[in-house]
Ligand binder design. Structure first.
Ligand code: MRU
Length: 356
């Protein structure tokens, strides 16, 4: 498939002929390439290597990963299918630890298998594929609702800062933190965006600017260490970022560097918002202290584009996420509305709306 241009939307993951097709995000923006993923092992690798990334997209990818893991085997009865679902889900659960959408999607696939144990093995596998399609479809609707609620925050003349990539590429199609921007743009609001480059893997520079350009939204790229300065000189009026896991009290894990952006925003009295679906909220944990933080390969920090940028053998610490305390967050934009502090109560309210 050719690269989307103009206002054409991205389809991060699709299913075709028993194969998941992903945009290989490690190659963007230089190369737009879709890659076929035919086995659960290939899906595990694609998620670990960030070919597909962003919390909701990882959830969708793992759901399809379960379906891939079911293929190529014969099952005597539905019990054997359920056993295989559990085996494949346990395996996929090891690929990345922080984004809770991955575990949410795997639980949903496990529960679907259990709930349809009376089906024949063939029908049960078909039902599980239908569930993966439903997760993708619902993500698209959810992101559009986030866009509608969050779009209200954007006023003519504003500049909005975002960090990492929480756009279409991080979801099925429409994004979380970028959804309010797409929605406001559609309604003719005139604003611009500053995108943090997001070291070490440059999701902001490579992916967010690429997506905003596709949509015709004016975007300026800055290095991560320029954000506080831009706030100080009055260039930023609003911050919207995505999330990988939100605890019951509103503490939020997102891409490393988000916490620093939130602190700078507080110092300059700039509202800092999280945009995320309810599937990113982990009600099983009371606070951000319980969120596991992924540590990644030191080579991501000491080399760039295959070129070494630090002395050989240097010690490296490479956490992929940090946790922003709830008190720095002005609101959490979800598909059921903008949640406000105190988050313990507003999160409960969000889940009382209808089943998530
Ligand atoms: O390591 P990544 O690229 O998967 O990290 C992505 C982020 O931190 C996003 O902001 C988050 O997953 C939200 S995506 C809608």
């Amino acid at each position: 498939m050719t690269e989307p241009t103009g206002n054409r939307e991205i389809h991060t993951i699709r299913w075709e002929n028993n194969t998941a097709i992903l945009i290989d995000q490690t190659l963007l923006p230089a190369t737009y390439r879709e890659i076929p993923i035919r086995t659960v092992e290939e899906m595990w690798e694609a998620i670990r290597a960030l070919r597909v990334r962003g919390a909701p997209a990882i959830g969708i990818a793992t759901a399809y990963g379960v379906c891939l893991g079911l293929q190529g085997q014969t099952y005597t009865d539905s019990r054997a299918v359920i056993e295989r679902v559990n085996e494949v889900a346990d395996y996929l659960a090891t690929c990345r630890p922080t984004a809770v959408n991955l575990f949410w999607a795997l639980d949903r696939m496990r529960r679907t298998a259990q709930a349809h144990a009376s089906l024949s093995p063939t029908d049960l596998c078909a039902r599980l594929l239908e569930e993966a399609h439903a997760i993708l479809r619902e993500d698209n609707e959810t992101c559009r609702a986030i866009g509608r609620f969050g779009g209200e925050l954007i006023q003519d003349g504003m500049t909005v800062l975002t960090h990492c990539n929480a756009g279409g590429l991080a979801t099925a199609c429409y994004g979380t933190a970028l959804a309010p921007l797409f929605s406001a743009h559609k309604f003719g609001k005139r604003f611009q965006v500053y995108a943090d480059e997001t070291r070490p893997l440059l999701q902001g520079a490579r992916l967010t600017t690429w997506e905003l350009k596709q949509h015709g939204i004016p975007v300026t790229l800055i290095c991560d260490n320029m954000a506080a300065h831009c706030m100080k000189i009055g260039r930023i009026q609003l911050v919207i970022v995505g999330a990988d896991r939100i605890a019951s009290n509103g503490d939020t894990a997102n891409k490393i560097g988000t916490y620093g952006v939130a602190l700078a925003a507080q110092a300059h009295k700039i509202p800092f918002y999280i945009a995320a679906p309810r599937s990113t909220i982990d009600r099983s944990i009371p606070s951000g202290n319980e969120i596991p933080i992924e540590e990644r390969d030191p080579r991501e920090v000491v080399s760039f584009g295959g070129i070494s940028i630090a002395p050989d053998g240097i010690r490296v610490y490479n956490p992929a996420f940090d946790v922003t305390p709830a008190e720095l967050i002005a609101g959490i934009i979800t598909e059921v509305g903008i949640l406000r502090p105190p988050y313990k109560e507003s999160i409960q309210w969000a889940f009382s709306r209808d089943p998530a």
